[in-house]
Write a protein that binds this ligand. Structure first.
Ligand SMILES: [Zn+2]
Length: 120
């Protein structure tokens, strides 16, 4: 499982780090600027999917050219297990973003169901 750690020191803004849930905070853990930590807390991440857009462009090493298509596959990734599922089709950016809009509030299971049911 992945967790998000939130840190704060007296001099810097707070920051976050993603870690496995069995990661333990070392005794000598400092902020990126070397200050002592004031607070450190962790929270379990939800099971909402990571959503990525993968450009369909290809590269021809002989011609040294990248194709000019403007499409994207959608990929959802389980935030804890890393499992990845790609869309069956590819989309122009505006259409891909509409699908992202529909996916971004769903849990992993519902997002998977949505991709498969709609044959996206
Ligand atoms: Zn600091």
């Amino acid at each position: 499982m992945k967790v998000i750690w939130s840190f704060h020191c007296d001099y810097c803004v707070s920051w976050q780090e993603f870690h496995d849930d069995d990661w333990e905070l070392p005794d000598d853990y400092y902020c990126p600027n070397g200050h002592e930590l004031v607070t450190a807390s962790k929270r379990l991440l939800s099971d909402k999917p990571i959503i990525c857009l993968y450009p369909t462009n290809t590269y021809d090493p002989i011609k040294k050219q990248t194709s000019e298509d403007k499409n994207f596959w959608l990929m959802i990734q389980h935030i804890h297990t890393g499992e990845q599922v790609f869309s069956q089709n590819f989309y122009l950016l505006a259409d891909a973003l509409k699908i992202v809009e529909n996916l971004h509030l769903l849990t992993w299971e519902r997002a998977l169901w949505y991709l498969q049911l709609k044959k996206i």
